[in-house]
Unconditional design. Structure first.
Length: 334
């Protein structure tokens, strides 16, 4: 227990939440409007306070002095698929995030979104956010991070905002990614071979690249498949049929030259979820949660850098202790 607290909005299926937890943060509240995703959070972390509802109903003053305000605010206002309406899109929740900053006055802020927000089209929008944060006493920075640089077997670029009260921000650095690029074959071979498929090894050796960005689809558009035509073609080049999600992995009766579809567990592995993180809901709802998630390893890496800046030597000690415990657990498991 670190005592380093976080209020998370738009928590989804817990990609950012589980990553921040792994970094050492404790959730005081997780806010999620989608019932299936809220149930996923409750299922995996029964002890968390999960508010199922609109972030507009959250009073930041109830969490005054929280260490971190985090969230993955909706991406459609800044994505090509969402027509990039920005502030004119009713789904834009950056104003609500800033309201919570004004009310809660967290020590640090972490917000993530799609790469489209980094485009020149939104230069003035980003500057307006930085300006308001500056007026509130925060220094801040944007950075584009590629999930593949953090051991996640897909590209998935995410545009990240980190802001901190000035005395802490001067100690913050983005740090270096771990450089552990993982291919789709490496990530999915254990799941592809689990039911005895004899073609799994050859399949894995051919799936020797990272995947395109996993697409979860929205409630209005898109079902349980791997995205538009270009994305499906990229998946097919990796030996994956992207036209749907399978109920089961290939088994000992599956032909050697079979082109498999991903299962929900495989899609979660492509996002970097831990195998013990369970997604609630039927196939389409579960896949939507997975596909829209922030990869936990990226959230953990950024969270560790924030924790260092907030805690100084105390944070370094906590991180080193966590690594020691992880090594002991790995040794015992072996």
């Amino acid at each position: 227990m670190t005592g380093i607290s976080v209020l998370e909005i738009c928590a989804g299926a817990g990609g950012q939440a589980s990553g921040l937890e792994a970094a050492g943060f404790e959730h005081q509240l997780a806010v999620e409007i989608d019932p299936a995703a809220a149930n996923t959070l409750r299922l995996n972390r029964p002890g968390w306070d999960v508010f199922e509802g609109d972030v507009r109903a959250v009073n930041g003053r109830d969490y005054r002095g929280i260490d971190l305000l985090a969230g993955g605010v909706p991406c459609p206002p800044f994505s090509i698929a969402g027509q990039q309406l920005g502030k004119d899109d009713e789904r834009d929740l950056f104003p609500e995030a800033l309201r919570l900053v004004r009310e809660a006055r967290p020590t640090a802020v972490l917000l993530e979104n799609v790469r489209g927000l980094a485009s020149r089209r939104f230069d003035s929008y980003r500057e307006a956010i930085l300006s308001e944060l500056n007026d509130l006493g925060y220094d801040s920075d944007w950075k584009l991070l590629e999930a593949a640089s953090y051991g996640v077997p897909q590209l998935r670029p995410r545009f990240i905002l980190v802001a901190m009260k000035r005395r802490h921000f001067k100690k913050f650095s983005w740090g270096l990614h771990n450089g552990q690029t993982k291919t789709v074959g490496e990530a999915l071979y254990p799941l592809m071979s689990a039911d005895g498929w004899l073609g799994a090894s050859r399949w894995a050796s051919n799936a020797s690249k990272v995947a395109p960005t996993l697409v979860g689809g929205s409630k209005k558009h898109g079902g349980a498949d791997l995205g538009p035509t270009r994305a499906k073609a990229a998946w097919l080049a990796l030996g994956v049929d992207g036209r749907g999600i399978a109920d089961h992995a290939p088994n000992h009766l599956t032909p050697l030259d079979h082109t498999p579809r991903l299962t929900l567990d495989m899609a979660a592995a492509v996002q970097g979820f831990s195998p013990d993180w369970t997604i609630h809901g039927r196939k389409t709802a579960a896949y939507r949660q997975i596909g829209n998630a922030f990869p936990p390893p990226v959230a953990e890496a950024v969270g560790r850098q924030i924790l260092r800046a907030l805690s100084g030597k105390q944070g370094e000690t906590m991180l080193n202790n966590r690594r020691d415990l992880d090594r002991v657990s790995t040794t015992l498991a072996g």
